[in-house]
Design a protein around this ligand. Sequence first.
Ligand code: A3P
Length: 318
Amino acid sequence: EEVEYNIICQKHKLLLQTLTKGNGWRVQHLYNYKGFWLNPNTVKNNLLLHTYFKSLPTDIVLAAFMKSGTTWLKALMFSTLNRHRYNFSDHHLHNHGPQSTFPFLDCESYPITDFTNIPISPRLFATHYSYTLLPACIKSGKIVYVCRDPKDVLISKWHFMSKLRSKDLPPLSLDVAFELFCQGESEYGPFWEHILSYWRASLESPEKILFLKYEEMKKQPEVVVRKLAAFMGKPFAEEEEEKGVVGDIVKLCSFENLSNLEVNNKGVEKFGSLVEVEKRDFFRKGEIGDWKNYLNEEMKERIDRITDDKFKGSGLSL
Ligand code: A3P
């Protein structure tokens, strides 16, 4: 196994020399790997994921472009699926942040992490990789995808990445971030191609991919939670509906509740050996339309035009 691992590391080094380089938001360079911009470490972990990850037919993967609602959906999927295991007054989420509820495939320590040890079925995993970068075994299972208005994603991502950005690099101005985002150059981007990769797959196999929008989650969280439960194979029983379990889940996972918990305000979350994120940075505003405080009319129109162009004929709008 060690030999195989070393071969992949060698392959990764050589691969980076052949890929087109772009500007990173957190680190200096991104690399264009099969049409998507990744930092060097996530390129490596994609190779490792393809080699070592063994899926089970029951697995459910949460996929999203970063800053589209991953943390929120993680909490919702976990608490919906495990609603019989915890009381809402003394819930696992009160003492553990949503990040720790299930593994993030892009930064795991392959092949050391032993996913076969996860005792609960279905197993849940999260990823930011585009659909096209997932191994076939994941594509044969169920996927929940969430997307969000690109203008809010841009602002959320700019704030988040500015905090994580290497101190050796000059700060990333919003103007530069805006330009890079529009050109598709940002971690896991292009944003629009990321969404389209899952959207097209969801049209082909709607029973395998549940396609959600952050905005619809904000507007009708209970509707989304019911959809989620049914999709994950655990629809709410009449009795649960009467007891108001759906509302309990929505409340537990709300921005107000999660962002005020001590566990989400203290300490750091580690992603692999390279990235540490202050837990509180996963919760900023949690609103629709905060972009209005940052983007002028011209910037708004430019992003909207790109969205219209890219999504034309796809049946998708944001
Ligand atoms: P803002 O920066 O606009 O506030 P991700 O989890 O994919 O990294 O996305 C982060 C975004 O989701 C941030 O958006 C964050 O504040 C918001 N968010 C986190 N938890 C949330 C919740 N429970 N409800 C709604 N939004 C939430």
